[in-house]
Design a binder for this molecule. Structure first.
Ligand SMILES: Cc1cc2nc3c(=O)[nH]c(=O)nc-3n(C[C@H](O)[C@H](O)[C@H](O)COP(=O)(O)OP(=O)(O)OC[C@H]3O[C@@H](n4cnc5c(N)ncnc54)[C@H](O)[C@@H]3O)c2cc1C
Length: 437
């Protein structure tokens, strides 16, 4: 067991933790049986404190491929495997993830625990819809496999490691004609047009997303670039990741002038029209620079929420205006559509409508800005995505997730009555009684 400082991806929440890295299921079982508190962790790509605890079970050593059914497109893998590690294996077999988030840095366990989503939420929904079975290590040290047919199957999605430790994931993957994507980029003049084109593309393309220029005001507010795409035959190789060799002083990314320049330049320089892209540039553009989160110096918070479609324009425009009033702009600002779902995880944040994510630099104004954004989102029947959250208060959380919290507490009694599985976020939000140690 080693002790080190660990942070969420945005580096807004860090803590000292003792880390146990099991090399076998037996070691994982022993660690769980012996611990009074513990939390499974993946690659700490969640932004805040959902992967933080004083004792962490680092699952990244458990990453064997256990079974592959070439006819059924089903793959059983240990949960510590990252999407990046598995990707070349899949592409070589003409397959790709049915559902992938905008980074391949995450583990499969993390993908289940946050029930992640991607650019195809309007078609396939969240990650749960690509999973056929899970093997769970329970808080009492027992191990059980749950298939889609079991009622308990959904309990381990979007429950953030608090109801059980995922040991294996059986994934359904999709066949692709090649590793190239035919992408369409449309520049829009304002938010209404951005939404209209996003909804239109959604009807014909499996992958859609929009980048928003958060510096644009007045009649241009909410302008951006809407992107859609689909796989086409032909091959393009995966890219090498470059490292960002520096941290910037906090004031650079917090500077309104710099962010205005960056937003305007990106909007102006991105060419519109059709082009062929690789898997990396289309699905994982943020992974091109490893450790890019360090450019924020002091750190940042990511704020991501979903609202029903009827509230989309009002909520998103109010959020952008409020950020402008606080002179805090975002560069990575992503608008996606979210569809109806058959299966739901415990703390899923999506609903039929849109989701919007912005990166906000950490300054002495950030806390007040986020409080204001929370008020806007509540007014528009919205919810914050817990895997991105660093600053929610127990009161706001309760209003966003009241039914889910009541259900979670019942499930916690069943799966973990002694509250062994605990995260800093669960303590901060009042989901579990106790104090962060
Ligand atoms: C650049 C970037 C882009 C992103 N884009 C998207 C996106 O498009 N869509 C989206 O939905 N998310 C996105 N995310 C968020 C990311 O997908 C989630 O935070 C994911 O859960 C991180 O996985 P991880 O393996 O790093 O897990 P961690 O961050 O280490 O842990 C996240 C949660 O999972 C739990 N957990 C981890 N492993 C296990 C396990 N084996 N068993 C039980 N619980 C476990 C932890 O306890 C914690 O609660 C993005 C993140 C980054 C940094």
């Amino acid at each position: 067991m080693r002790e080190e400082v660990v942070c969420g991806f945005s580096r807004s929440r860090c803590r000292k933790a003792r880390i146990i890295k099991p090399a076998s299921w037996g070691e994982a079982v022993r660690a769980v049986r012996e611990a009074d508190v513990i939390l499974p962790a993946g690659n700490h790509y969640s932004y805040g404190d959902s992967s933080l605890n004083r004792i962490l079970l680092d699952m990244r050593g458990l990453k064997r491929i256990l079974h592959w059914d070439d006819e059924q497109d089903l793959l059983t893998v240990e949960a510590g495997m990252t999407l990046a590690e598995l990707l070349p294996w899949l592409l070589n077999r003409g397959r790709f993830y049915l559902i992938t988030p905008g980074t391949k840095g995450i583990t499969l366990g993390g993908a289940v625990a946050s029930n992640v989503h991607g650019k195809d939420h309007h078609v396939h929904g969240s990650f749960i819809h690509s999973v056929e079975a899970l093997t769970i290590l329970h808080a009492d040290g027992s191990i059980r496999t749950y298939t889609k047919r079991d009622r308990a199957f959904t309990h381990f999605f979007a429950s953030y490691g608090l109801l059980g430790i995922i040991l294996t994931v059986t994934l359904r993957v999709k066949r692709i004609p090649g590793t190239r994507i035919l992408a369409e980029h449309v520049k829009t003049r304002n938010l209404r047009e951005t939404l209209r084109i996003l909804y239109r593309m959604e009807a014909s393309l499996p992958y859609t997303v929009a980048w928003i220029d958060t510096s644009a005001r007045g009649t241009a507010l909410g302008r951006g670039i809407v992107m859609g795409g689909r796989f086409i035959p032909g091959r393009l190789p995966l890219k090498r990741v470059k490292r960002v060799p520096f941290s910037l002083p906090g004031w650079v990314m917090a500077s309104e002038r710099f962010m205005r320049f960056a937003n305007r330049a990106y909007y102006a320089l991105q060419p519109a029209g059709r082009r062929v892209e690789s898997v990396d540039s289309f699905f994982y553009p943020l992974d091109a620079l490893r450790d890019w989160n360090r450019v924020y110096g002091r750190g940042f918070v990511q704020y991501q929420f979903s609202v029903p479609r009827a509230h989309a324009e009002a909520a998103v425009s109010r959020v952008i205006k409020t950020m402008q009033e606080y002179h805090l702009l975002s560069f990575v600002s992503v608008l996606k559509t979210t569809g109806r779902e058959r299966l739901r995880g415990v703390f899923d944040f999506t609903q039929p409508g849109v989701s919007f994510a912005v990166d906000i630099p950490l300054t002495n104004r950030t806390g007040r800005l986020v409080e204001e954004l929370d008020r806007i989102i509540l007014k528009h029947a919205g919810r914050v995505y817990l895997t991105k959250d660093s600053l929610l208060t127990p009161e706001v959380f309760k209003r966003m997730y009241s039914r889910e919290t009541a259900r979670f507490k019942r499930l916690k009694k069943t799966y973990d009555p002694t509250h062994k599985l605990v995260s800093d976020q669960a303590l901060r939000l009042g989901l579990i009684r106790g104090e962060r140690v």
